[in-house]
Design a protein around this ligand. Structure first.
Ligand code: SF4
Length: 211
């Protein structure tokens, strides 16, 4: 129970370990540490699925979905990333969950560049500090995109970005055109709205950075 970071093993009063399967991430730390051979045996459990979809935009999309009731996303994140890597494309863009949980660091593993999307709000600033710190610990270069950039004060974001030696690469103002295109399921970048240019510029910056 001591090595289980997911708290999936409870030790009963008489010392008997009790496993809560829905909390187990399958990391196998207990199996590795257990002194008794074959006391813990590997098994299989269906926790979710990964999907490979051909998009109409010329690139494939890999997604992962947990089964209802499952609480641990790590196996799905690992499986989805493995599947995405197996496609062997020149560029792999990973859209992580929000925050800085262990699934986020797993999703970011082996990445060259971290692009954090934030907003000029206290919560946005708080989360930005965490993700920039994670990027620093993982040795990744960090860029920042400010969403709804005209709805708050940006000074504290700019200061934080400077402290982490990061760079603000795009600012997206509050835009009804973006909301309308989102509701229609039409990527803003494929429209004639002026906001499309922000995303095209960002794509160009990424392409230049990666060479
Ligand atoms: S495999 Fe990992 S998460 Fe599952 S019970 Fe063992 S230590 Fe805990």
């Amino acid at each position: 129970a001591e090595v289980c970071e997911e708290k999936a093993i409870i030790t009963m009063k008489d010392g008997t370990p009790f496993l809560i399967p829905t909390l187990c991430s399958g990391c196998r730390a207990c199996e590795i540490i257990c002194p008794i051979t074959e006391a813990i045996l590997e098994s299989q459990k269906l926790m979710g699925h990964t999907y490979l979809t051909e998009t109409p935009y010329g690139f494939p999309l890999v997604t992962g979905k947990l089964l209802e009731g499952e609480e641990r996303a790590m196996p799905i994140v690992t499986a989805a990333k493995k599947r995405a890597k197996s496609i062997n494309r020149e560029l792999l863009l990973v859209d992580t969950a929000a925050g800085t949980s262990n699934t986020v660091s797993k999703a970011l593993e082996d990445s060259k560049l971290l692009i954090a999307v934030t907003e000029p709000t206290p919560l946005g600033l708080h989360d930005l500090a965490l993700i920039l710190e994670l990027g620093r610990l993982m040795g990744m270069e960090a860029w920042v995109v400010i969403n709804r950039s005209d709805l708050g004060k940006k000074e504290r974001i700019e200061k934080m970005v400077q402290n982490y030696n990061a760079e603000i690469v795009a600012e997206i103002p509050y835009s009804e055109a973006i909301i309308r295109s989102y509701v229609k399921g039409e990527p803003i970048v494929l429209t004639n709205n002026k906001e499309a240019e922000i995303f095209k510029d960002l794509a160009e910056k990424i392409a230049n950075y990666l060479g």
